[in-house]
Ligand binder design. Structure first.
Ligand SMILES: Cc1cc2nc3c(=O)[nH]c(=O)nc-3n(C[C@H](O)[C@H](O)[C@H](O)COP(=O)(O)O)c2cc1C
Length: 189
């Protein structure tokens, strides 16, 4: 199998779920956001939006509003999460990027997924940990959540397709080995 810097970076990426308090630099954030905007997107519409939050109080408020939406859910597991004092959907990462797009475009979610993976790979190459955070996707239309994300800058006609937690991985948590399922590839010649 061939290898190079790009391929090694792809293999090195892992979801990080425990972070130190250290904030990532503005330059690194800008670099990661720029990588997002270089992702392929349907018809090159670039209708996506990236709302980066580095304010701890605002992140806590966002988590509280998401939990508030969970409490209203019919799903008992979601209700339990909503009532759980220690639950933090973004793992206390110091930076969270909300990735949103116009919900009327059928490829909106695919565009966002491409941009999110670009952010993950850019972060990995800079020594920054990352994780996909999905909880805002299901709760962004809850009125209290919507009011808050609008105040943060998420366009009102956008749905949230995912969020990217960014920060430095807690060195006390060992990096998990990646296992790759066999039988997921078919090559026809
Ligand atoms: C669409 C999508 C949604 C995900 N949502 C979450 C999430 O909400 N929270 C989380 O901790 N990880 C989430 N993940 C991360 C996956 O659990 C992770 O990628 C998978 O377990 C493989 O591990 P790896 O990323 O370390 O290779 C999500 C990943 C994808 C692609």
């Amino acid at each position: 199998m061939k290898t190079n810097e790009v391929l090694e970076n792809i293999k090195a990426r892992r979801s990080v779920r425990a972070y130190t308090d250290q904030q990532i630099s503005y330059e690194n954030l800008q670099t990661i956001l720029e990588a997002a905007t270089y992702a392929p997107n349907g018809m090159h519409y670039e209708s996506w939006h990236f709302t980066a939050i580095q304010n701890t109080d605002k992140l806590t408020e966002l988590n509280n509003r998401i939990k508030g939406a969970f409490v209203k859910s019919d799903d008992q597991r979601m209700q339990e999460r909503g009532h759980n004092q220690s639950y933090c959907c973004y793992y206390h990462a110091p930076t969270l990027v909300i990735v949103s797009n116009e919900s009327t475009q059928w490829w909106a979610g695919m565009d966002c997924a491409c941009a999110i993976e670009n952010m993950f790979l850019a972060a990995t190459s800079l020594g920054i940990g990352s994780c996909w955070i999905n909880q805002l996707g299901t709760t962004c239309d809850d009125p209290e959540v919507r009011e808050f994300i609008t105040s943060l800058g998420v366009p009102e006609n956008h749905k949230v397709y995912g969020c990217v937690a960014l920060g430095f991985a807690d060195p006390q948590i060992p990096k998990k080995e990646k296992t790759v399922k066999v039988g997921t590839v078919t090559i026809v010649k």
